[in-house]
Design a protein around this ligand. Structure first.
Ligand code: SF4
Ligand code: SF4
Ligand code: SF4
Ligand code: FES
Length: 945
């Protein structure tokens, strides 16, 4: 049977201190000062039994099983809480020690009988191990405790069960929830034999504050907290290291497998992004990969009103190729295009853009990052010189001030949020700029020093006001900015932000943020000394998304907060491979590595490598493709892993555009909403079914490894390759590593990347080349990538989307922890137990004005459409602002959002829609229909238009 190979050293590593040499059982060992005797013994190859200690948590010293003898010291100190000292002599084994340890185990066994044969943890229980090691088979203190016996199991959580009978009250779960996760949902109630673990106010786990990260389950030494699936499916037989397919944190996992079934996802302790932690999605919500809804056969149909016809791969691919050729012949080479997916691998994304540029001869390729972080790429490239975040996640551990703008890390990037919260508990200051009271503003042991609760659409006014304070109060770091940035742009920027119109007092009327609070936040940020900015889609998804990204970069440059650990500008990427899909040349104007298609030498490089003539003019962006489809000039689209109909704004417009095309090809796991308008369906592979790489929000390239075979027979890169061949373009790879080799050859920032190196180093942060052979954790050290940093003037231009007497409220959108993006994956998992519908959050004053109570159905109307959902009356909202998520198709949230978009990149303005909300009796008929169809997870998407 497969067993986890992790060797638990008992206590965490000490911070690198002076070397200390001691003797343990006659062997000499040297370890850093601050190391525990238990860890030193383990590092020396010895073993001390333990129950309450584990190397992911601080030592607690409660079980007394790990006691040792130390020469010159009285008694038997616990080795987990005793630090090494120079010349110390330790004995870990002796008859007296063994007797004491046996007594400890007997006490535990009195309360937790060794009924191991019937226990799900049989063979994986640390109490069982200790008993065996010490030869304990029963207890002299029979039923001395028996305190937990008969207490009902708590199976409320869909993924794990708590069995108090098996609890030894070691407190590892409580400490995991505090230290690793930072939710503090668990306590030990009562005293002595009466003590027991309790979630929140003695609630079932599902109803408590628990966010189901699983850290407590992993930390539990017995079967008191156990995952349900391994009990149901049996022990795994092998493990494969891979990377999470959900968010941009990019957690590393060991996928434990039995046959072709994943039994458990164990966070990888060696994973650089997550260091052994995970969230509910990555750890538990993988069941969608084998959901009955997965499409396993290619399908085609002549018209979108025809029924689907299952066909062979050969027929589907030949049909697609012949349609694309026919359409290009009839309407010209630019009448077709392709979309890459931020959920697919780098290699797959690279192949799609290669197919579009080289096989179809057009630059009409775009990516779903268009609708999330395209503004980041543009803004950071122009100011700093590179379209990516500047830091590694671990940088946050050195930050003194953390500014979070338009991001909700506890829901969107949970594992990073745990790191961030740890730093806050250590005393770092927090500034939150967000229209909502997000969890970070106030949660156990955390309180934001300043929460700037601005009105949606006023980010730029606020960043200018912060800059105004920094400059006019003499808080800028002139020496840094003048040495490292273009001095003329810096001076112009200073003059611009110093203007009275940008003062906090002047912008208060625009943003709603009190001037004093802006001044306070600016002073805290400028004082640092290490100040870091983390931001999300609340920055980019605006008509001034790019302006705001530039404003953030300006502020960081002016205060000298770039180019070292603890500082920086870090966009938190939503999906697993948003960074990668952008890096791989998915935009219509750029080859991989962000090089413009009009650049002759770069184009020649690709033409020589691809043996094809490439277009020098940028192609169409997604919204332009839709416009061109409605004009009749754009007729065919190859979509890899993207559900426009649910994710893109103004759904009716998207549907009309797709309906106007002659050949829409959807490559996906499920019959997504967009597939309703498709002529060809190519069944894709989940992240568990293929090899490749993802690049996370810290530019970290990590391997995705095939855990099971593709359900439909082909990985996505193989589908694209076969389509290219059917189009008459030679494309031959036998493994994704060969695609990465090509990417490395053609992309300067990837020159040093290879699968061999990824295998050796675990992961690599690009740039990785001769100048940085092992990658670049921190960007812009010493100088900016573009040479001198460039300041841009960031004039605040109000969005045209404003509240009016007809639409007096502003709707803004976001995500919840348990669902992911358009919900295609998470809606097909037990995460529905926490959230099974989108809801509208509104402030009590707005609700009262409209006679709306918590749970009422409400109609939400904007100038583009309407929807009905349930209201949640919540003080998280500021009056005048309402909020919802977009995870469920029956909500039709994007029927309401508008066509407004960022001036530079067309990133949609999801975050600001003027609406009115009224109480209604029930959802629309089409919503009810979709809801009931969704229960079978086989439904079309939007109302007929
Ligand atoms: S699952 Fe996570 S959040 Fe829930 S109690 Fe355990 S450690 Fe805490
Ligand atoms: S549930 Fe497990 S980890 Fe928590 S106190 Fe009980 S035995 Fe220890
Ligand atoms: S934090 Fe993101 S990458 Fe990590 S397990 Fe959760 S969803 Fe996956
Ligand atoms: S392991 Fe040291 S006291 Fe429990």
């Amino acid at each position: 049977m497969y067993a986890i190979d992790h060797n638990d050293l008992g206590t965490p590593a000490a911070a690198a201190g002076e070397p200390v040499t001691l003797e343990i059982d006659g062997s000499t060992v040297t370890v850093p000062a601050g190391t525990s005797v238990m860890r030193a013994a383990a590092l020396a190859g010895g073993h001390i039994p333990k129950l309450c200690a584990t190397d992911t948590l601080k030592a607690f010293g409660s079980c007394r099983l790990c006691l040792v003898e130390i020469e010159g010291r009285k008694g038997f100190p616990a080795s987990c809480t005793t630090q090494v000292a120079e010349g110390m002599k330790v004995r870990t084994q002796s008859p007296r020690i063994e007797k004491l340890r046996r007594g400890v185990v007997e006490l535990y066994v009195s309360d937790h009988p060794l009924d191991c044969e019937e226990c799900p943890a049989n063979g994986h229980c640390e109490l069982q191990d200790a008993a065996e090691e010490l030869g304990v088979t029963g207890s002299r203190y029979a039923d001395g405790g028996a305190t937990q016996r008969g207490v009902a199991q708590d199976a409320s959580n869909p993924y794990f069960v708590f069995n108090p009978d098996l609890c030894i009250v070691c407190s590892r779960c409580v400490r995991a929830c505090d230290e690793t996760q930072g939710t503090l949902a668990l306590t030990i109630e009562g005293r002595g034999f009466g003590s027991r673990v309790s979630a929140s106010q003695h609630q079932p786990f599902l109803e408590s504050e628990c966010v189901s990260c699983g850290a407590c389950v992993e930390a539990c030494p017995t079967a008191a907290l156990t995952e349900k699936l391994p009990i149901a499916l049996g022990a795994p037989t092998k493990a494969v290291s891979t990377t999470c397919g959900y968010c941009g944190v990019g957690c590393s996992f060991k996928a434990e497998v039995k046959g072709e079934t994943v039994v458990r996802m164990v966070p990888n302790r060696a994973g650089s992004a997550n260091k052994g932690h995970a969230c509910v999605k990555g750890r538990f919500a993988f069941g969608y990969a084998t959901h009955a809804d997965r499409v396993r056969k290619p399908m085609i149909r002549k018209r979108i009103t025809d029924p689907w016809r299952e066909v062979s791969w050969e027929e589907a691919i030949n049909y697609t190729a012949s349609e694309f050729k026919r359409i290009q012949q009839k309407y010209g080479p630019d009448s077709v295009g392709g979309i890459t997916s931020s959920r697919c691998t780098n290699e797959e994304t690279f192949l799609v853009q290669k197919l579009v540029r080289a096989a179809l001869g057009t630059n009409n390729v775009d990516t779903c990052a268009r609708v999330c972080h395209s503004a980041t790429g543009y803004g950071l490239k122009h100011t700093l010189g590179e379209s990516a975040g500047t830091q590694a996640f671990t940088s946050v551990t050195k930050a003194d001030v953390i500014m979070v703008i338009g991001a909700n890390p506890t829901d969107g990037h949970p594992v990073f949020a745990s790191q961030l919260k740890r730093r806050l508990r250590q005393g770092a200051k927090l500034i939150v700029i967000d229209p909502r009271v997000i969890d970070l503003v106030r949660s156990p042991h955390i309180e934001a020093t300043a929460h700037l609760q601005l009105l949606p659409g006023t980010n730029v006014a606020v960043i200018n006001a912060l800059a105004h304070v920094v400059v006019t109060e003499g808080l800028a770091n002139d020496a840094y900015a003048e040495a490292r940035c273009e001095v003329d742009t810096y001076r112009k920027w200073k003059a611009f932000v110093s203007q009275p119109k940008n003062s906090p007092e002047a912008t208060e009327a625009i943003s709603g943020v009190p001037a004093a609070l802006v001044r306070k936040a600016a002073r805290i940020y400028a004082a640092g000394p290490n100040s870091a900015i983390y931001y999300g889609l609340g920055v980019t998804e605006h008509s001034q998304g790019t302006t705001m990204v530039m404003g953030i970069a300006n502020l960081a440059m002016a205060t000298g907060n770039l180019g070292r650990e603890g500082v920086g500008v870090s966009p938190l990427r939503g999906q697993n491979n948003v960074q990668g899909s952008c890096d791989m040349g998915s935009f219509p104007h750029e080859f991989s590595g962000y090089r413009h298609v009009s650049d002759g030498p770069t184009r020649s490089l690709f033409e020589a490598a691809w043996h094809a003539k490439l277009a020098s003019e940028p192609g169409l962006r997604i919204p332009n493709m839709f416009e061109a489809a409605l004009d009749g000039s754009f007729r065919a689209l190859y979509i890899q892993g993207e559900d426009f109909v649910q994710s893109d704004p103004n759904t009716n417009h998207v549907v009309a555009a797709l309906s106007a095309m002659e050949c829409v090809v959807v490559q996906d796991l499920f019959l997504i909403e967009t597939a309703r308008y498709a002529h060809v369906f190519l069944p894709g592979a989940s992240f568990l079914e293929k090899d490749g790489t993802f690049t996370n929000a810290e530019r970290r390239i990590s391997r995705v490894r095939k855990v099971t075979e593709p359900l439909a027979g082909l990985a996505d890169w193989e589908i694209t390759m076969q389509l290219a061949q059917a189009l008459g373009y030679p494309m031959h790879y036998t493994h994704p590593s060969e695609i990465m080799d090509e990417i490395a050859r053609l992309t300067p920032t990837f020159h040093g990347v290879s699968y061999e190196k990824l295998e050796r180093l675990g992961s690599i942060q690009w740039p990785c080349n001769d100048a940085a052979p092992e990658g670049t954790p921190t960007m812009h050290v010493g100088s900016f990538v573009r040479g001198k940093g460039k300041f841009y003037l960031t004039e605040y231009v109000p969005t045209s989307e404003r509240s009016t007497s007809r639409f007096p409220l502003l709707l803004t959108t976001g995500r919840v922890l348990y669902q992911y993006n358009v919900g295609t994956q998470t809606r097909r998992t037990s995460n529905l137990a926490w959230q099974e519908e989108d809801r509208l959050d509104m402030h009590p004053d707005d609700a009262e004005d409209r006679g709306i109570k918590d749970g009422d159905w409400v109609g939400v109307t904007s100038r583009t459409g309407d929807m009905v959902m349930r209201a949640v009356v919540s003080r998280r909202m500021t009056p005048g602002v309402v909020y919802t998520t977009f995870h469920f198709p029956e909500s039709g949230v994007n029927l309401v959002t508008t066509e407004n978009s960022d001036w530079a990149t067309n990133c949609p303005e999801y975050k600001v829609t003027a609406v009115e909300v009224v109480k209604v009796g029930q959802p629309e008929a089409w919503q009810e229909r979709i809801r009931s169809e969704r229960s079978a997870q086989r439904r079309p998407a939007v109302p007929a238009t």
